[in-house]
Design a protein around this ligand. Structure first.
Ligand SMILES: Cc1cc2nc3c(=O)[nH]c(=O)nc-3n(C[C@H](O)[C@H](O)[C@H](O)COP(=O)(O)O)c2cc1C
Length: 391
């Protein structure tokens, strides 16, 4: 039976454990570049023991960013910054992963912690603002609320051009040293928009039936799979439910993931659609709330799965792996608050050698020169369940 610290092999890539640093937009790029900020922040999580490390949603075009401070891979001159990130992540024993995305009608935003005169954090800027741009989407329907600026509906030629941009981005990602590629089809961004009847009202081959609403995703997967090596995992994060009767329905997501599997998908990372704020019974406060849906994808599609959302208590993260509900645990906020979350979790779970996760030179000191537990900056380890003591 696997546990949180069991290695995980997918295609030709083996992760040292099941703990994934989930992609998180950091609003810390200039001209879409990865820089010192990303190298230090991501290197800290790699030396803290995470198995797979995502930076943030990486935009395939400049207008695919969330804000002008977000990272991209639309140009060859961005490869070097990404290579610095993959080098540091590999050096500390983790596998570097990239999440390719396009924000669609949710782009042109103000970063949450910033504001411009008249535009608070998280609001959307109009196309004529110096930090804004014209957003695109399947249909000319703005998201709503403070995201109300006119949206350009993509033509079929523009959709096909975007698929070429995905392939170009994947080629650059490979060149930069990434070994795992996730397509971002969730959280109200372009992939989620094409999938959801709330955002996609097209009447051509990219809208209407489920088959048509999934076409964008399948063609993008085909374009990427053609350039992304077979030995490296190709995965995607899907907004599998809008929690709204007019939006994406989970049963449709299960069917479409089956099609994606036939198009070369190796693992599904399940999340919500977020194509509307109008959700029935939003589950955000509940622990592990995506696990049940994610496990249904694992069982019904027969594909490895991972998920995020409120899995930061070590016992919970370990249980969902031990019970074989999911294959990987994605951690967002816990990875922000504690770069050494895996070490802490290993101690909490009574793992025999938690400091094996950090680089060898620190490990020696932490194992052999301890004083008393609290003196090393971690709370004393809890009395763990006996079954875990031998792990
Ligand atoms: C600051 C921040 C930025 C995020 N940016 C992204 C992103 O770029 N791509 C994505 O798929 N999810 C993004 N997310 C969602 C996380 O990857 C994760 O799914 C979510 O936080 C739930 O996991 P958690 O409960 O462990 O935080 C972001 C979350 C946070 C907190």
């Amino acid at each position: 039976m696997p546990d949180l610290f069991s290695p995980f092999t997918l295609k030709g890539v083996t992760l040292r454990n099941r703990i994934v640093m989930s992609p998180m937009t950091m609003y810390s790029s200039q001209d879409g570049q990865m820089g010192d900020y990303h190298v230090s922040y991501l290197g800290a999580r790699a030396s803290g023991g995470f198995g797979l490390i995502f930076p943030e949603q990486i935009a395939i075009t400049p207008d695919g960013r969330t804000t002008t401070e977000c990272a991209g891979i639309w140009s060859d001159d961005q490869i070097e910054g990404h290579r610095r990130v993959t080098d540091i992540v590999k050096r500390f024993g983790a596998v570097p992963a990239i999440q390719l995305g396009h924000t669609g009608r949710k782009g042109s935003e103000v970063a949450p912690h910033r504001s411009y005169p008249g535009y608070p954090g998280n609001s959307q800027l109009p196309a004529d603002h110096p930090n804004g741009w014209q957003c695109v989407a399947p249909s000319p329907i703005p998201y709503g609320g403070d995201h109300h600026w006119p949206v350009h509906a993509l033509t079929v030629d523009e959709i096909k051009a975007l698929h070429r941009r995905y392939a170009d981005a994947a080629r650059r990602a490979l060149d930069a040293g990434y070994q795992w590629l996730e397509m971002h089809y969730a959280h109200g961004y372009l992939g989620a928009e094409f999938f959801s009847p709330i955002a996609n009202r097209r009447t051509d081959e990219y809208g209407g039936s489920l088959e048509n609403r999934a076409r964008f995703h399948l063609e993008a997967l085909d374009a990427v799979r053609a350039v992304w090596p077979e030995e490296y995992p190709l995965t995607m994060r899907l907004g599998a439910d809008d929690l709204n009767p007019a939006g994406t329905q989970f049963e449709d997501a299960v069917t479409a993931i089956g099609w994606m599997k036939d198009h070369g998908l190796d693992l599904a990372d399940i999340s919500l659609g977020f194509n509307t704020d109008d959700m029935v019974d939003p589950p955000m406060g509940r622990e592990a709330f995506m696990v049940e849906m994610t496990n249904r994808v694992r069982t019904e599609v027969g594909i490895p799965v991972g998920t995020s959302w409120n899995l930061g208590i070590p016992e919970t993260a370990d249980r969902v792996i031990r019970d074989e509900l999911v294959d990987l645990v994605f951690l967002g906020r816990p990875a922000l608050s504690n770069p050494h979350w895996p070490v802490w979790a290993a101690r909490e779970l009574g793992h025999a050698a938690p400091f094996d996760l950090v680089p060898d030179d620190w490990r020696w000191w932490l194992q052999n020169f301890r004083g008393y537990d609290a003196s090393i900056g971690l709370p004393p380890a809890k009395e763990a369940a006996p079954r875990l003591r031998s792990a």
